[in-house]
Design a binder for this molecule. Structure first.
Ligand SMILES: C[S@@+](CC[C@H](N)C(=O)[O-])C[C@H]1O[C@@H](n2cnc3c(N)ncnc32)[C@H](O)[C@@H]1O
Length: 234
C-alpha cells in the first residue's frame, strides 16, 4: 500500500474544508470544463475519487463514471454521497487492476496535481519509479487515444480558514528540496481534532516530461478554462 492514506479524522473534515473554499475552482465549474475537454467521450475513471465531490457533478452531467481510492474512510463518504450513480473501487493506483478500460482518466487534486503552469506534477506517491508504475497502470486502463486530465492546483502555501460551526482549518507547507510536506490541522474549541501529515513529490519540468513520455502519454496542452493539463495516450 502507498503512503499518505487519509486518516478517519481528516476524512471527516474533508468536505467542510472544501466547502470553505480550499480550492477556488468549484467542483461544478471543474465538471463543466472536463465535459468540454472530453468532447464525445463519456466513460471516465477518476483517480483518487475522495468523498466524491467532483464525481457527483460529473455523474449529474451524464458522465459514465468509475472511481477508485485507497482510503476506506474517504470511500465510505463517497458511497453515501453517490449511491449507485458511480462505480467505486478500493484500490491503490500502484496496483490498479480493473476489468474495464476507459476513454479518459481524471485526477482533480487526486493522486496527481499539476502546478499552475502545467509543467510540473505533484504526487501523493514518492519516487520516480513508483510514479511511473502508477502512471503506467493508468495508461493500461485507457483506450487508444484515451485522455489523462490533471487539474492545475492552487499554490502550495501556509493558510488558515474558518470552517462552519466554529472550527478552523490550517495548513503548513514545508519545501524540502523539490518535494514538500504538508500538515493539515483542524482545531475546534482550542483542540486539534484532526491532523494529517502528507509528503508530496514534485517533479520538475524535465522529469515531468520524461515520466509522461515513459508512461506512454503525450502532452496535448492546457484546456480553455486554464484549469487542467491534458495528456493523450500514445
Ligand atoms: C484531495 S482528495 C481528491 C478528491 C476528489 N478528487 C475530489 O476532487 O472530490 C485526494 C484523494 O486521492 C487519494 N489517493 C492518494 N494517493 C492514492 C493512491 N496511491 N491510490 C489511490 N488513491 C489515492 C486520497 O486517498 C484522497 O482521497
Amino acid at each position: 500500500m502507498s503512503e499518505n492514506v487519509y486518516n478517519p479524522e481528516i476524512s471527516h473534515w474533508y468536505d467542510a474544508i472544501m466547502e470553505a473554499g480550499y480550492n477556488p475552482s468549484d467542483h461544478k465549474a471543474a465538471a463543466d470544463a472536463i465535459v468540454k475537454i472530453l468532447g464525445s467521450r463519456k466513460k471516465v475513471l477518476e483517480l483518487g475519487i475522495g468523498t466524491g465531490l467532483l464525481a457527483e457533478q460529473l455523474a449529474d452531467v451524464g458522465i459514465e463514471l468509475s472511481g477508485f481510492d485507497f482510503s476506506q474512510d474517504m470511500l465510505k463518504r463517497a458511497a453515501v454521497r453517490l449511491g449507485d450513480k458511480v462505480k467505486l473501487y478500493r484500490q491503490d493506483v500502484l496496483n490498479l487492476d480493473l476489468s474495464e478500460t476507459y476513454e479518459a482518466a481524471v485526477s482533480q487534486g487526486g493522486v496527481w496535481v499539476a502546478t499552475k503552469d502545467g509543467n510540473c506534477l505533484d504526487s501523493h506517491i514518492t519516487g520516480y519509479e513508483r510514479n511511473l508504475q502508477g502512471l503506467r497502470r493508468v495508461a493500461k486502463h485507457l483506450d487508444d487515444n484515451g485522455l489523462l486530465i490533471i487539474n492545475l492546483g492552487p499554490e502550495q502555501r501556509d493558510l488558515t480558514m474558518q470552517l462552519a460551526d466554529g472550527a478552523e482549518y490550517s495548513q503548513k507547507v514545508k519545501f524540502v528540496g523539490d518535494n514538500f510536506e504538508k500538515d493539515y490541522f483542524v482545531m475546534k474549541d482550542g483542540k486539534v481534532v484532526a491532523h494529517q501529515h502528507v509528503v508530496y513529490t514534485r517533479f520538475n519540468p524535465e522529469q515531468t516530461a520524461r515520466i509522461i513520455d515513459e508512461a506512454g502519454f503525450r502532452k496535448s496542452g492546457i484546456d480553455d478554462s486554464k484549469s487542467f493539463v491534458v495528456y493523450e495516450k500514445k
